[in-house]
Design a protein around this ligand. Structure first.
Ligand code: NAP
Length: 428
């Protein structure tokens, strides 16, 4: 048994460099607590000659990531390069040759998780991925190790800091989406190409990972229904506020009639719901189960330093398994539940309509809902001269029925426009 574990890095950017700093600064603590000393042998980057503020001896950088994975001394590979290519082939080849892998790459895991875990199981290697969801918030390990005795029924998450920051600015400062985005970019909360965050791709990948763990079944990124936040208007935010709600981009995973329903979209949640208090770029995941009741994980979902804590935690677990010669934890990722088609999913809805302001209109609008058995919970009307704004909140209804209702509303003569439709979560 040796207490020294040779480690190879794929990537040394925001997270990778923070991990290297943490390993250096806390070297003695890590040894005392884990019995492992980690030797960083090789680090693959795109530009090995660039000066970097990381405490590693010169000569450890390479632009050949395969050489990291193929180095026979390297026992643990830490993948922090992101993306699917070439990360997928590199991680697969590391796992197949029996190396442990620690990754923060949610995209890779959400798209190719089943294949990666199969490779890990085949060789007895392990794949550790705490940092893939909600950065520094311990979440993956509690779901796998602390909660298997619970049958989780629903999981609601704010798992993308960029969009939470933008919606928070729109709510607090009353500014429009585009201005909030510019501010997020100025502060470094949003990337120059923010599509992945704004369109919900990032949250959908995390939603797939969380749903897989919560329901012990296979959910991949493509299974997740997805809508981004670009269409959320200042009027939606204002009506939400008046009616006692807050607008958030939510990742929702729930069991409905034995199916797993997974979706990412903007939603109104009641102001007194614990997720409503998640401000700025923070993340939180709210879990519901019959025994545990309501449980929430909250913290910094991104940033080099918090994410590095999660990565080093995984590295220590992997290091211990290596020194003790034990196989890694396997996760089967078998299909145990069907993915619920979107049309059958259920939630409450908020609708904002522009209507002609005259007697009888409300009855016509209510009729369209009744025709599709969508029951209205509350209505708010505000006259603006010849026109009126009509805000409706429904009880829990089926997506397909709601969509059919909207189509009928759009055909009604006194309905000038269906301005918005948002889901309402965390209430019924
Ligand atoms: N940033 C966060 O807050 C955060 C939080 C949670 C999870 N994550 C995940 O962590 C991973 C890394 O994120 P990051 O923000 O640290 O990314 P980053 O700053 O862009 O760093 C990527 C690193 O990988 C290297 N790299 C990229 N492609 C490569 C290639 N083909 N060959 C060799 N090296 C390559 C880059 O080299 P150069 O340095 O030479 O460019 C860089 O060092 C991603 O999967 C991300 O989703 C990030």
């Amino acid at each position: 048994v040796t207490d020294s574990v040779d480690v190879g890095f794929l990537g040394c950017g925001t997270v990778g460099s923070a991990v290297l700093r943490l390993l250096d600064e806390h070297r003695d603590d890590i040894f005392e607590r884990s019995g492992c000393r980690f030797e960083v042998r090789r680090i693959a980057v795109r530009e090995p000659d660039r000066t970097r503020d990381v405490p590693v001896p010169p000569g450890r950088f390479t632009d050949d990531p395969a050489s990291v994975v193929e180095d026979p001394e390297v026992r643990v590979v830490v993948e922090l390069m992101g993306g699917v290519d070439p990360a997928r082939d590199l991680v697969l080849s590391a796992l197949r040759s029996g190396k442990r892998v620690v990754t923060a790459n949610k995209e890779l895991l959400a798209k190719h998780g089943p294949e990666l875990f199969q490779a890990a199981a085949g060789s007895g290697a392990g794949l550790h991925f705490e940092a893939t969801v909600a950065g520094g918030v311990p979440l993956i390990r509690p779901l796998i190790e602390s909660l298997p005795a619970e049958r989780i029924t629903r999981l609601l998450g704010i798992v993308n800091g960029t969009t939470n920051y933008i919606l928070d600015r729109m709510t607090e400062d009353g500014i429009a989406f585009a201005d909030a985005l510019t501010e997020a970019q100025r502060l470094g909360y949003a990337e120059s190409d923010p599509t992945d965050d704004l369109e919900g791709f990032d949250a959908a990948a995390k939603c797939a990972i969380l749903a897989s763990l919560a329901f012990d079944t296979r959910v991949v990124a493509d299974d997740v229904y997805r809508e981004g936040i670009a269409r959320v208007s200042p009027a939606d935010i204002e009506f939400a506020d008046r009616l006692g709600y807050v607008v958030k981009l939510l990742a929702v995973a729930e069991l409905e009639d034995g199916d797993v329903a997974v979706r990412v979209h903007p939603a109104m949640i009641p102001r007194d719901h614990p997720l409503a208090a998640v401000r700025d770029a923070f993340n939180a995941v709210f879990v519901d189960g019959p025994n545990i009741g309501e449980l929430m994980f909250y913290g910094r979902g991104a940033g080099g330093a918090p994410t590095a804590v999660a990565v080093v935690g995984d590295l220590i677990t992997a290091g211990r398994l290596v020194t003790e010669g034990r196989p890694g934890l396997t996760f089967t990722w078998e299909v145990r539940h069907r993915i619920r088609p979107m049309d059958l999913m259920e939630s409450q809805f908020y609708l904002l309509l522009d209507v002609v302001d005259r007697p009888g209109v409300l009855a016509q609008v209510a009729g369209a809902f009744g025709d599709h058995r969508v029951s209205i919970k509350s209505v708010w009307q505000e006259g603006t001269g010849d026109d009126a704004l009509l805000v409706l909140i429904t009880h829990r209804a089926n997506e397909g029925a709601l969509r059919a209702t909207v189509e009928d509303l759009e055909r009604l003569e006194p309905v000038l426009e269906v301005r918005s439709v948002l889901r309402v979560e965390g209430e019924e």
